[in-house]
Ligand binder design. Structure first.
Ligand code: COA
Ligand code: MG
Length: 292
């Protein structure tokens, strides 16, 4: 279990031998071997076998990239079979799509308690990352992760595609090409829900796989808002995401100056003609924690 947040989570369709063959040596902090929507219903069984084999053959599951699996939703009738197929091979974590709220995540956590015990894994070693905004009711429960007591919860992430389908929307974009207000709202609620629960906030994917500059810019903005990592859907998206979620030299330098300025138990200081108080110190310490 790393203490530093994972910056990039690269999705790979679990039934694609070709794509699975391309992720060895990936610079992604985590790979998500997908059993859900990138796999057609007729390929689910084949995907489970391929993903389980991939996990078993992985040389060093303790290092990076961490290997995660996205299972099918709880109400699909496939989720238990997914877990049964992959947990023995010790994935680092499980992504759960289309949840309605923390109780379903707790349910998967209880399943994992049993699977971990059955396979001789450490209790709680498999982390959870729910996609917490994909149904119409899910956004109303985002504040309930705080206090839900799901110890293995790694973080929360969000998605706009399934939510717009659930809402009967024909688009999830506004006239400016950015997310429409509904999706900005759930994104913010997810961010606050994650931080209120004391876990990581993972930004959704960037659809345009041929726009590294747009991806980098939007990822830097997400980090500025408090997200700690992002979903990738194409290998070319991994490095821009890793870079965007790594503090720049200028930020590190500034953070060092802020920490130095607070030396001596003062509560507020001036730096470069601007007032800084304790929230600035916390932010600076957070930046330095990412690089130390
Ligand atoms: N993981 C591993 N390899 C990938 C990959 C991925 N996510 N995406 C693309 N590749 C491979 C391709 O197979 C291709 O290999 P090749 O050069 O040997 O042919 C190479 O990288 C370049 O791919 P490219 O031609 O640019 O893209 P594509 O048109 O083949 O695929 C997608 C585009 C979007 C279908 C593909 O990126 C993909 O499957 N992404 C993941 C989708 C997913 O898991 N979605 C679920 C979460 S929303
Ligand atoms: Mg989906």
């Amino acid at each position: 279990m790393t203490t530093r947040p994972l910056r990039s989570f690269l999705f790979v369709p679990g039934d694609s031998e070709k794509k699975l063959g391309k992720i060895d040596g990936s610079p992604a902090d985590a790979i998500i071997l997908d059993l859900e929507d990138s796999v057609s219903p007729s390929r689910k069984t084949a995907a489970r076998r391929l993903v389980a084999d991939y996990l078993r053959d992985a040389v060093d599951t303790a290092g990076l990239p961490q290997l995660w699996v996205r299972i099918n939703p709880l109400d699909s009738g496939e989720a238990l079979a997914d877990l049964a197929a992959v947990v023995a091979a010790g994935p680092a974590g499980i992504m759960i799509p289309k949840i309605d709220g923390p109780d379903q995540v707790q349910q998967v956590s209880h399943y994992l308690d049993a699977f971990e015990a059955a396979h001789g894994l450490s209790a709680g070693q498999i982390r959870l990352l729910p996609v917490a905004t994909e149904t119409a009711s899910a956004p109303f429960r985002l504040g309930d992760f705080a206090g839900a007591g799901i110890d293995r919860l790694y973080g929360l992430t969000w998605g706009a595609e399934d939510l717009s389908a659930a809402l009967g929307a024909s688009t999830n974009l506004g006239p400016d090409g950015d997310w429409a207000v509904t999706y900005r709202l759930v994104r913010s609620l997810m961010l606050m829900g994650a931080r209120a629960a004391g876990v990581e906030a993972v930004e959704t994917l960037y659809v345009d796989i041929r726009d590294p500059d747009g991806l980098a810019e939007s990822s830097r903005r997400a980090r500025g808002e408090g997200f700690s990592g992002r979903i990738a859907i194409h290998p070319a998206q991994v490095e821009p995401i890793n870079d965007a979620f790594t503090p720049t030299e200028a930020e590190i330098e500034f953070a060092r100056r802020v920490v130095a300025a607070f030396d001596g138990e003062v509560g507020t200081v001036a730096l470069d003609g601007k007032m800084l108080d304790l929230p600035h110190l916390k932010q600076a310490q957070r930046v330095l924690a990412l690089v130390d």
